[in-house]
Design a protein around this ligand. Structure first.
Ligand code: SF4
Length: 705
């Protein structure tokens, strides 16, 4: 039997796995946590532990097809390349798009981004990570001059106060949450505060739960900044030496927040609870603020991120053990996608599309004179452009937007009328693949070979356990082949994922020095990595440079940031409520989120019987008093409806749910439950800075069905 070290393909915690292949032809493998991996030290949650149940050939896409007819790879690749070239020739490069995924490995992501931005010449490539953490990217870039996560998991263990804001880490990042739980057991002085409209499983270890009014977190953090000033808890030395813009940010905070009573009233909280939070924050040096989708998925998500970061900068609590603003990303490789520039508004290796020097540098590195130099369309705008007929060809990789996008029925109609829809995926039958003209089979977890980056900047290898199933190919290979057939032969002549990774690392190091204004993302230590060393790559946190080959555990320890003057920036924040408020027709606020035992649209987790036992069908959580008022019995069926669409769900009574709010999980597809797609309900409102949809706050009504 052969034991292989690899990485879990689900959440951003990025746990290491030891997989022992018991029967290669029967795809039988036993799974355990890798006791040497620094993300999890041998532990796995329910999803990771049942990965062995998900590697069968059930519902696998195994052969290429065009219009439902099986074809060979040559025909499929030629067809995609010719159709893309023809549409570009007739309508220009802005008429094509890629919609990719945080499920892709970094190597896949790198090649997709290079083809679209570097050679097709448009930045119309966006990713489902737009729905997950693009507001966090804006927050970090505005404050630090770069998309740099300052903290690591050890900081959670060293902290004396942890705020979990808009984060149900117990379910969404279970092993990171277990580390927090363990830290609390070891250190009774560690206080945990959960700031979330719902009482979630994360409240099990909370000393204080603040059921904040949906969307009002920015006001709460402006209140903290105000309190710090009024109680002389600002670190003036740090602020004066290492930051810019404090006075203006403070002035906005004080103007908008007012007194503790006013903050409490605005946030729908008790004065006592707010006062306790402010006091704990002011008096606890070692504070980590963890924030996740409850902050990011908002029309003011970027501002909320900066309201949090402002409080850490004001107290100098960043870059030091046990402190910092810590964004928890959802997906296994959302971070890798950020590194290669997988978002429509970023360039490769953490460079910027709006910076002519960066565009010139990447163009020279790639040997292309046709590189995109302005932002492309972000996810919601991209599907709007498809619906409007402006984008005529889209290639969707490893994601299911017909389920997960807001206003998902519109997304479905857009694809139904699009001239060319290409879908590459490891899954055969999804709500999105049903609308594809061309289907390209990709390798899945257990076959893929490459790297991912977890939410603490740690790069780990995902290694193959089995050969590719059927005729499936790695995504980087499929994209490279199309790139070559579109006429970019030399630029996409990769022989292995190691070739791609080496180039990615070399680009990160290219002109990355004090002379050219140093960038945060740097893998210079890997710029000449050979195949065996790539195969043996150990988990490591970037930057990994020739000077620092063991990686970098914590950023900004020296108080130097990636702005032009090396100072961090305070961002003045004027809190805004959600764009669409409940009214008499749609009186509830709909919140959406993950379940403990499912992943995304359940294409893999639904294959594990143990995971399905947790929650077998779509449900809607409602406060018992609201249910009684509306005559909704527990376990009855209800229709939930918004201005954009509707779904059917089983009624679950939950007194942890705020009155006037509903919660539905995000996972069910039309394949699994014909009327259970929550994406159909969600308003397509986005944050103007990040383009991230407001997936947590849609006005809805509910009635018995
Ligand atoms: Fe996988 Fe996340 Fe669970 Fe770790 S915590 S085993 S990465 S799903």
């Amino acid at each position: 039997m052969n034991t292989i070290k690899t990485t879990c393909p689900y959440c951003g915690v990025g746990c290491g796995i030891e997989a022992t292949v018991e029967d290669r032809s029967a795809h039988r493998v036993s799974i355990k946590g890798d006791s040497n991996h620094p993300a999890n030290f041998g532990k796995l949650c329910s999803k990771g532990a049942t990965l062995g149940d998900t590697v069968s050939l059930e519902n696998r896409l195994l052969y290429p097809s065009i219009h439902g007819q099986r074809v060979n790879w040559d025909s499929a690749l030629n067809h995609v390349a010719e159709r893309f070239n023809a549409i570009i020739a007739q309508h220009g490069p802005e008429a094509v798009a890629f919609y990719v995924s945080g499920q892709l490995l970094t190597e896949d992501y790198y090649v997709a981004n290079k083809l679209m931005k570097g050679f097709i010449g448009t930045a119309n490539i966006d990713t489902n990570s737009r729905l997950c953490m693009s507001s966090a990217v804006v927050g970090y870039k505005r404050a630090f001059g770069a998309d740099t996560v300052p903290c690591n998991y050890e900081d959670l263990e060293l902290a004396e106060l942890i705020l979990l804001v808009g984060s149900n880490a117990a379910w969404c990042h279970p092993i990171a949450f277990q580390r927090i739980r363990k830290a609390k057991e070891n250190n009774p002085n560690l206080k945990i505060v959960v700031i979330d409209p719902r009482a979630t499983a994360s409240c099990d270890i909370a000393d204080l739960h603040l059921p904040v009014k949906p969307g009002m977190d920015g006001l709460l953090f402006n209140g903290i900044l105000t309190y710090l000033q009024q109680n002389s808890r600002i670190d003036r030395t740090y602020v004066d030496t290492h930051t810019d813009g404090f006075e203006l940010a403070l002035s906005e905070a004080m103007t908008t927040a007012g007194s503790i009573e006013q903050v409490a009233a605005g946030c729908g909280l008790t004065t006592e609870a707010v006062s306790t939070l402010f006091d704990w924050f002011a008096s606890t040096e070692k504070t980590v603020t963890v924030y996740s989708q409850g902050i990011n998925q908002s029309s003011s998500g970027s501002d909320k991120c900066n309201a949090i970061i402002n409080c850490h900068l004001a107290t100098g609590r960043i870059g030091k053990p046990g402190m910092g603003p810590f964004s928890f990303t959802g997906q296994p490789n959302a971070m890798g996608g950020r590194e290669v520039g997988g978002l429509a508004n970023t360039l490769a290796a953490h460079m910027d599309l709006e910076n002519p020097e960066h565009v010139d540098r990447v163009g020279r590195f790639w040997g292309s004179a046709n590189i995109a130099d302005k932002q492309g369309l972000k996810a919601v705008a991209m599907f709007d452009a498809i619906a409007a007929g402006q984008i005529k060809a889209v290639w969707i990789m490893a994601t299911n937007p017909v389920v997960s996008m807001p206003d998902a029925d519109k997304v479905k109609r857009a694809l139904q009328h699009c001239e060319l829809v290409v879908v590459s995926d490891c899954i055969a039958n999804t709500d999105t693949s049903q609308l594809a003209h061309v289907l390209l089979p990709a390798t899945g977890w257990s076959e893929k070979d490459g790297t991912v980056t977890n939410l603490e900047r740690r790069i780990s290898r995902q290694r193959p356990l089995f050969p590719a199933s059927g005729e499936a190919k790695h995504d980087w290979w499929i994209i490279s082949q199309v790139g070559q057939r579109m006429g970019f032969k030399d630029a996409f002549n990769y022989q292995s994922s190691a070739d791609v990774f080496r180039e990615h690392a070399a680009l990160s190091a290219f002109e990355n020095d004090a002379e050219h204004q140093q960038r945060d993302f740097n893998l210079s230590a890997f710029a000449e990595l050979d195949g065996p060393s790539y195969n043996a790559l150990q988990p490591v946190q970037w930057p990994v440079t020739n000077q620092q080959t063991a990686g970098t555990a914590r950023m900004f320890a020296d108080g130097q940031y990636f702005t032009a003057n090396r100072k961090a920036r305070f961002i003045p924040i004027i809190p805004r409520p959600p764009v669409n408020a409940p009214d008499t027709d749609y009186p509830f606020t709909l919140n959406t989120g993950r379940l403990r035992d499912q992943w995304h649209t359940m294409t893999r987790t639904s294959l594990a019987a143990k995971l399905n036992a947790h929650r077998p069908e779509p449900f809607v959580e409602i406060h018992p008093a609201d249910a009684e008022r509306l005559g909704l019995a527990a376990r009855s069926l209800a229709q939930v409806q918004s201005l954009w669409g509707s779904m059917l769900a089983r009624v679950e009574l939950n007194s942890g749910q705020q009155m006037g709010s509903l919660f539905v999980p995000m996972h069910w597809t039309a394949q699994l439950s014909s009327h259970g797609r929550m994406g159909a309900l969600v308003n397509p409102v986005v944050d103007p800075q990040s383009g991230q949809p407001e997936s947590k706050q849609t006005p809805v009504k509910i009635k018995a069905w």
